[in-house]
Design a protein. Structure first.
Length: 278
């Protein structure tokens, strides 16, 4: 289980957080949250008293909270009571504070996942365009990205027409496509790029994005041609669609001598683009 400690800021106050790769969720330091909500000079004491009260009330919340190592003021790591976002929402209800509602909004923003890329559409086209421009993406990349959203939607519509279920079946098929052309599942691809909850496609290079579009468009076209009737047959189609892009990838790599699948993510790509413009 790989965990990544980090700091988040709420109104310029630090909250120690930790991302768990295995469970794909954030954990938050409870005493940090209590200090922010209550302005207590001794948030650990406040938490101890609150735990006793919750236990007396029969709440399972405190027993369900975990302890994970987080950095302290002295730079060393100590076991700290933590809660995931769901537990933290419930805990906040037990803490009277005028900051509760804005903190909940902040928490939702931190903890919420982008709309699942396995089940696009993520955003409307206009909203996506404005967001990507604001983030500093090039117009060429944005055009490719918006097209990829359209292609993804066409593919998921095809899967729905075949009676396939959103969620686990879509995820499995997506992984088959990804593995076929890039030799990596979606999760493996994210790890390569150093991503957590970020959208994988938002962190692809132009070439990666084009090949992923080719794989998904090919899968949709093959599915419409052969009319798979079962999930197992759709898995075969997904592999075939991914292989179409795999052929193109191998041909391109042979011509350029460069690997297509890259650890570059949005941050590094945008930094490189900015340096070119300087």
């Amino acid at each position: 289980m790989t965990q990544h400690p980090s700091l988040q800021l709420f109104e310029n106050k630090k909250v120690r957080t930790l991302w768990d790769d295995a469970q794909e969720k954030w954990y938050f330091s409870i005493v940090d949250v209590i200090q922010i909500l209550t302005d207590s000079s001794n948030p650990r004491k406040y938490w101890s008293v609150l735990k006793l009260r919750l236990n007396r009330e029969g709440s399972q919340l405190t027993s369900n909270c975990s302890q994970l190592k987080m950095p302290a003021a002295d730079g060393k790591y100590y076991k700290t009571d933590v809660a995931d976002s769901e537990q933290l929402f419930r805990l906040i209800q037990s803490i009277p504070s005028p900051k509760a509602e804005p903190f909940k909004m902040w928490l939702a923003q931190i903890a919420s996942e982008r709309l699942d890329e396995l089940q696009d559409p993520e955003l409307t086209i206009d909203r996506a365009l404005a967001q990507y421009l604001q983030l500093g993406y090039s117009e060429n990349w944005i055009n490719q990205r918006l097209k990829s959203i359209e292609i993804r939607k066409e593919l998921t519509d095809e899967w729905k027409n075949r009676g396939l279920k959103e969620g686990i079946q879509f995820a499995i098929l997506t992984d088959i496509i990804s593995k076929a052309w890039s030799d990596r599942t979606t999760k493996e691809y994210k790890i390569l790029k150093g991503l957590k909850k970020e959208n994988l496609r938002d962190n692809m290079t132009n070439t990666e994005l084009i090949l992923n579009m080719l794989a998904e468009a090919s899968t949709k076209d093959i599915s419409q041609a052969v009319n798979p009737e079962t999930f197992e047959q759709s898995k075969i189609v997904a592999h075939q669609g991914g292989n179409v892009a795999k052929v193109a990838l191998k041909e391109l790599e042979a011509k350029t001598g460069k690997k297509v699948v890259s650890p570059l993510n949005a941050s590094t790509i945008l930094n490189l683009n900015n340096k070119k413009q300087e």
